[in-house]
Design a protein around this ligand. Structure first.
Ligand SMILES: [Zn+2]
Length: 447
């Protein structure tokens, strides 16, 4: 049985194809979005444009009319820790004490499958409430946590990419990857990673990411093994952290003195390529930026987390000058919000900061793109090279979208009514928006 075609009439926001040059947001005041199954039965965008032009072409299709609402692509979160939902807003004296006092004790609870399953349900509900339709997520060092998250995402058809945290040193013993009999924790973690790739990667809308927590908590042997898996399974993702904090960098340099820089450590172990996403990428030099560009790696910019932990400011001008890919991420629980609006606003603050780097004013369209089509491009899910397309509403894109109510609060209603341009409208929502702005999150269905 085929899914029927459907159409939605409302204002619509989407983006011109990336190949058309700089970021260009498109907006149709009275638009029509037509969705229907593609050859493999997945709901994708069939047509998008002005209602008056498109509606005569689809006379048989039922139209749902949402006056006063805005349809926009579902948000893509490039870096989030599913087991850290409970530790949002935990007070700590910087990154390393925060890990020790809050993160590690909470993550240890995910060895229990019921605890993992309950957390996964809450986590996914929270993503959807905030309009996030794709996430690249860390689990914990327990396979139970990966299985719980991906099973729950599969049940809800959420596009989820996740992986087992690889950590075989420099963390509390109960959180290190565990061995069995003669098999060391390091070996077992790599066997588990491969088994999880085979179980989950490419199933429905799920993907697997090879997930070293960060270089200092893995031995050379573990990073080496992770790099070998990354070579063998070239379409799985890789995710980790880099250059977030100066203490962390000094530590990584001490542990891997032969690498040119902290970032280069990952490259030396074969962990930088297309589909590798590194959270933070703050304290870089131009050689690091060029390494990102040349390997195809992308940055998961995590501004609420960086401001919360006082880590530093992502250098947008530097990234654009050298030309590597990036997109936005909540980094919950270091990050302080699941809301893409809060993340976009924090990215604006980070861009403005001009004491440690050059300051600039990121355009509202560009902020929005970083959390949708730009993030999809960073993941290699922008439809090029035959991959699925998400994060946009061009024909062929999977039909993941949000319905925004720009009158969701009295102040939003007052402010958005005054907007005389697309920039003003989008910026009002970025500055004043939160989960109340998301009236509905729609996930692409399949037969
Ligand atoms: Zn993180």
């Amino acid at each position: 049985m085929l899914l029927p075609m459907k159409a939605y009439r409302a204002s619509i926001l989407w983006f011109a194809p990336h190949s058309d040059g700089p970021v260009q947001a498109l907006f149709e005041e009275d638009g029509l979005l037509v969705i229907g199954p593609n050859d493999s039965g997945t709901q994708v965008v069939q047509a998008i444009g002005a209602w008056r032009d498109l509606s005569p072409l689809y006379p048989q299709v039922t139209v749902e009319h949402w006056p006063g609402r805005i349809i926009a692509p579902g948000f893509v979160d490039l870096h989030v820790h599913f087991p850290q939902t409970n530790i949002i807003g935990s007070p700590a004296d910087g990154l390393l004490p925060w890990l020790e006092n809050y993160t590690f004790p909470e993550e240890n609870r995910f060895a229990a499958p019921e605890y993992s399953a309950e957390s996964a349900r809450f986590f996914i509900a929270e993503l959807l409430r905030n309009g996030v339709t794709t996430a690249l997520a860390f689990a914990t060092s327990h396979t139970e946590s990966v299985n719980a998250l991906l099973a729950q995402a599969q049940a809800q058809r959420l596009r989820m990419i996740a992986g087992l945290v690889l950590m075989d040193r420099h963390a509390p013993p109960e959180l290190l990857n565990r061995g069995h009999g003669k098999i060391s924790g390091t070996e077992q973690s790599l066997l588990d990673t491969e088994a999880l790739i085979q179980r989950w990667h490419g199933k429905d809308r799920l993907g697997y990411a090879i997930t070293p927590r960060f270089a200092p908590t893995s031995t050379d042997a573990q990073l080496q093994g992770a790099g070998e898996l990354a070579a063998r399974y070239s379409d799985v993702w890789i995710q980790s952290h880099v250059a977030e904090n100066k203490d962390e960098i000094a530590w990584a340099r001490q542990l891997f003195p032969r690498s040119r820089s902290y970032l280069a450590t990952y490259d030396d172990f074969g962990l930088m390529r297309d589909r590798s996403i590194y959270a933070h990428c703050i304290h870089f030099d131009d050689d690091d930026r060029a390494l990102m560009r040349d390997t195809g790696a992308a940055a998961g910019v995590s501004p609420t987390s960086n401001l919360f932990l006082g880590s530093g400011f992502f250098d947008y001008a530097g990234a654009d000058r050298v030309g590597f890919k990036y997109g936005l991420a909540s980094d919950v629980g270091g990050g302080t919000s699941f809301s893409p609006f809060h993340t976009m606003l924090a990215a604006y603050y980070v861009g403005r900061e001009g004491q440690t780097k050059s300051g600039l004013s990121l355009k509202p369209q560009h902020l929005w793109w970083q959390h949708t089509a730009g993030a999809a491009r960073a993941l290699g899910l922008d439809g090029s090279a035959g991959q699925a397309a998400i994060g946009n509403l061009l024909p062929g894109c999977e039909a993941d979208f949000v319905v925004l109510n720009p009158k969701a609060t009295p102040l939003l209603a007052r402010k958005t009514a005054l907007a005389s341009s697309l920039s003003e409208l989008l910026f009002s929502m970025i500055v004043l928006g939160d989960d109340r702005l998301i009236e509905k999150t729609v996930i692409s269905q399949a037969i």
